[in-house]
Design a protein around this ligand. Sequence first.
Ligand SMILES: NC(=O)C1=CN([C@@H]2O[C@H](COP(=O)(O)OP(=O)(O)OC[C@H]3O[C@@H](n4cnc5c(N)ncnc54)[C@H](OP(=O)(O)O)[C@@H]3O)[C@@H](O)[C@H]2O)C=CC1
Ligand SMILES: O=C(O)CCCC(=O)O
Length: 500
Amino acid sequence: MSQKLNQEEKLQNFINGEWLQPENGAYADVTNPATLETLVQVPLSGKEEVASAVEAAKKAQKEWALVPAPQRAEVLYRVGLIMKERKEYLSRWLTMENGKVLEEARGEVQEGIDMAFYMAGEGRRLFGQTTPSELKDKFAMSVRAPVGVVGIITPWNFPIAIATWKSFPAIVAGNAVVWKPASETPVMAFELAKIFEEAGLPKGVINVVFGSGSTVGEAMLEENDIRVISFTGSNEVGRGIASKCGQKLKKVSLEMGGKNAVIVMDDADLSLAVEGILWSAFGTSGQRCTACSRVLVHDSLKDQLEERLMYEMAKLTIGNGLDESIKVGPIINQKGLEKIKSYIRVGNEEGAKLLAGGYVLENGDHKKGHYFAPTLFTDVKADMRIAQEEIFGPVVSLIPVKSLEEAVEINNGVEFGLSSSIFTKDINKVFAAQRDLDTGIVYVNAGTTGAEIHLPFGGTKGTGNGHRDSGLAALDVFTEWKSVYVDFSGKLQRAQIDVE
Ligand SMILES: NC(=O)C1=CN([C@@H]2O[C@H](COP(=O)(O)OP(=O)(O)OC[C@H]3O[C@@H](n4cnc5c(N)ncnc54)[C@H](OP(=O)(O)O)[C@@H]3O)[C@@H](O)[C@H]2O)C=CC1
Ligand SMILES: O=C(O)CCCC(=O)O
């Protein structure tokens, strides 16, 4: 496969199977966070493009829903094959537009490939239920029906994986999609739209409209024909979307923030725990909603764990993720960097002890990108802001605990409930923890990140609103249950009349 990256000067919207410039002719630069170079330009579309995309989707969906599900699935299967063939190309572009290191970018693209094959399999199932009727000569069943046109709004931190978690189940279930990708990372959306086109998805089944959240995103919420909005992003934006969708009685699926904890019990394999913490705290420079942001360590291991973490953190190489030797890439933009810096000030003011990092890397090779040193606070109290609020950067806080019960209480004592983890060799503690940790995802002897596509992804409390991406649960977002009764008695039977 050619390693040559075909940089496009200007990306185009993909509406009704056509590649279109924005009507207003407006574009914004897309910047590589590792170098601050301009990569491409992205359209700043307006409401008109959203209206055209919805119109196209509405028309296409009627036909698409009539295509037998196994045939819809075949298109997704071809999408998976093309993604696989293009994995290296996509991964390099992902690193360039998002900053995550190549190894992680490859993992993210692989997740999209896995999702394509997984959901292609669902096209041969999409099971409903049959249920014995109360009445004689009557058949009762429920089937999954597509909802129609769905809107998906995705974030910059997983620009291809999260898009596949949402669009693939929507498409296999017979919906048509209007997708607004994050403005920071449009290249993955552009490339995925090209792949859909090459895989033979009929025109209008997926439509990609580039533009700002406040224009394109808001316009999608206003469109009556979009019946579902599936959103991943910040808590603030998600809450606004929920209330607008509530007004219009649109179904909305929200995946938002996290304040995830790794619990290290006194019997833990410490080397494994250190590895798990490093990966989940500093992978993607901590810009994962599942990132490990708190470590709840048993008193007896606290000193050792601090020492081991500092030793390993000092070895982390920071820089442009296209270089295979780099382990930690840049922060997405200046705003992200400022947010992280503000939390370092907060931590210091709150009296936490800064053991490592805590600064922006401004010298030498790093001077052009947005880089922040992996940071470790210790002696953190559970109620400090650095232990309560999402930082979205490479900052981790150590909180000493005396027991599993205390660790569970601290884990659960935050606004969010996405992911948690426990390192222990005690099977009783494993089962107690998985029951008591109030998060949508629980890891045992692994860090807090690394979700796979065959299980539901999402969280409790402030992380979301009860819906899930990925796994079979994703189909619940994009389908309605339709109950069908077939009466073959030849007479009018009424269930609500006492018929013995
Ligand atoms: N729980 C989960 O599954 C995950 C949660 N996240 C969370 O996402 C956040 C980081 O992502 P980030 O992209 O900054 O989040 P944002 O909420 O700012 O943006 C997410 C998406 O929403 C769009 N958007 C912004 N404003 C509006 C609006 N008013 N109406 C409709 N759409 C809008 C954005 O567009 P634009 O880019 O144009 O602003 C982007 O496409 C973190 O807080 C993180 O925790 C991230 C990944 C996974
Ligand atoms: O954290 C995220 O933003 C999505 C990735 C999920 C994972 O790594 O488990």
